[in-house]
Design a protein around this ligand. Sequence first.
Ligand SMILES: [Zn+2]
Ligand SMILES: [Zn+2]
Length: 182
Amino acid sequence: MSAASTDKSTPYIPLVAAEESKAPQKGGADDGWSNEDEATATCFCGAVQLKFPTQGPGFVGAFLCHCVDCRKITASMFASNFTVLDTHLTHLRGRENLTSFSQSRTIASKNTMTNYFCSTCGTLMYRVSSGFPGQSILRVGTVDDFRLHETKLKPKVEQFTETRVGWLYPADGMEQIVKSWM
Ligand SMILES: [Zn+2]
Ligand SMILES: [Zn+2]
């Protein structure tokens, strides 16, 4: 079955319109939102949508990770993450559309990391560590309200800086951790 052929196509919204709207159009969903305490995170195709807290007690914190797994798993050079308590995380839709992949071989702590991807578009929605039960590590880039990337979800820490790509420098004001607690 081809998801693309049955999908209602979503018109491209130019940047000017996006700036005026509450949640700029990105990817396949246009129903992301945020309020004072909570916001949505949606995969690229729109099938999977989460609701999470943007402040305590359910919001633990945001961090950049330069570890080799994060480089590989993001198909990029670092991951921008934030941790929430599972008791405060809601699957609004598409939980049955998530595929998981686990491994511990390359995890320094030997914990097993389980990664949950959208089966349709491949977006990594969150990771769970066996060493930190009850917490999920979400991705800043999936959060629909991009203003939160600049504010509440701005990472405060960079970890695994020992494997940061050589041309990238420490972000202003972010605590630098050579390895990590994960
Ligand atoms: Zn998707
Ligand atoms: Zn990492």
